[in-house]
Design a protein around this ligand. Structure first.
Ligand code: NAD
Ligand code: WQD
Length: 338
């Protein structure tokens, strides 16, 4: 029996592959490599000393996906495959709905054909929009999303709810990630954004390694501890372990389960910058710029429900997140192309 990992060559997928293999699961990866590199999986194989069956396929290609299900006995699917750039989604909404929404629907159809009913879905804290209070619990309102990417995640969540109501054989787990950062301790795998990074920590890392001149801090006039945006950064290995915990907890279940995967701690942009400066031993140039449209002041999880139900907890500190990012970035200044 194997776990099928769609998008397994990507940032979160590759780290989750390591944790699954180390927990004794067999895995199979399907990824069209539109935002990742085959090299990531080769490094996972080296680190774990295991071979990963890999299929360079698009999840929307039902014929190719059927062949994957025919070749392996799949027990469950962790569905990472999707597009994730907020800015790009506003320029190319059809592409985002097609990949993220239709892609999930097509995957579910193939799963049903093979009577594979266990799906773990990568959702996002973005489904909460601008929350009225923090910390955010799973029962807080969702749907007031501010961009097509966020809406694609919200639509899939609603779709999974409806499907599980109509057919109680389905076993869906929705994981709402907060802000994943960091890299594997080995420094061999990490986040490798194409082009200019949209997210804070990859941008800081590229300033530290000399690829970008300075960090733009988007706004210092929010009603937060130091005026800059506050987020719940979660170490990628904690996040990956959350998937293993969710998979194990709900292995024999049915129905729909929703969890926040966050650390429960809010950190500001300036706090992250300071932590990174300590990790790399340099002062990093930055300039205060206007707020980024669509940003919210503060967002962090109440992770209590996931801690209790999944017997899982994020344990890595901010320092570990920036130390590990720096180890990866300094050792691989050009990512997997180094
Ligand atoms: P990523 O881009 O590194 O990984 C996604 C992977 O999916 C890539 O390897 C890409 O090549 C693959 N892919 C995309 N479309 C595909 C398709 N149609 N068929 C096959 N493969 C396809 O992104 P990530 O950060 O690892 O994110 C994984 C998932 O988690 C995504 O669904 C993303 O929306 C979600 N998520 C990410 C974050 C974050 O900040 N990184 C936060 C919340 C949710
Ligand atoms: C964090 C903070 C910025 C870059 C996004 C998506 C979300 C999820 C995670 C996928 C904010 C500030 C950033 C920079 C800055 N992804 N910042 N200068 O916006 O919380 O979430 O990624 O699901 O859906 O929206 O993350 O890392 O972009 O920003 O000052 O160059 O850093 O304003 O306060 P965000 P982020």
């Amino acid at each position: 029996m194997s776990i099928l990992i769609t998008g397994g060559a990507g940032y979160i997928g590759s780290h989750t592959c390591i944790e699954l293999l180390e927990a004794g699961f067999n895995i199979v990866v399907a990824d069209n490599l539109c935002n990742s590199s085959r090299e990531a999986l080769k490094r996972v194989e080296k680190l774990t000393n295991k071979t990963i069956p890999f299929y360079p396929v698009d999840v929307r290609n039902q014929k190719a996906m059927t062949d994957v299900f025919k070749a392996h006995t799949i027990e469950a699917v962790i569905h990472f495959a999707g597009l994730k750039s907020v800015g790009q989604s506003t320029q190319m909404p059809r592409t985002y709905y097609d990949n993220n929404v239709i892609g999930t629907l097509k995957l579910i159809e193939v799963m049903e054909q093979f009577d594979v009913r266990h799906l773990v879905f990568s959702s996002s804290a973005t489904v909460y929009g601008d929350p009225s209070t923090v910390p955010i619990t799973e029962d807080m309102p969702t749907g007031a999303t501010t961009n097509p990417y966020g809406r694609s995640k919200y639509i899939v969540e609603e779709m999974l709810k409806d499907i599980s109501i109509a057919d109680d054989k389905w076993n869906f787990t929705i994981l709402r990630y907060f802000n994943p950062v960091g890299a594997h301790k080995s420094g061999q795998i990490g986040e490798d954004p194409k082009g200019i990074p949209n997210n804070l920590v990859p941008f800081i890392a590229q300033v530290a390694v000399g690829k970008r001149e300075q960090l733009s801090v988007f706004g210092d006039d929010y009603d937060t501890k130091d005026g800059t945006g506050v987020r719940d950064y979660i170490h990628i290995v904690d996040l990956a372990e959350g998937h293993v915990a969710a998979l194990k907890t709900h292995r024999q279940d049915s129905g729909l389960h929703i969890y926040n995967l966050g650390s429960g701690t809010g950190s500001s942009v300036l706090e992250m910058l300071k932590a990174f400066e300590k990790s790399c031993g340099k002062t990093l140039p930055h300039a205060i710029q206007p707020r980024r449209p669509g940003d919210i002041a503060e967002c962090y999880a109440d992770p209590a429900f996931a801690q209790k139900a999944l017997n899982w907890k994020a344990t890595h500190t901010i320092e570990a997140m920036t130390d590990d990012t720096w180890r990866w970035q300094s050792g691989n200044p050009n990512g997997y192309e180094s």
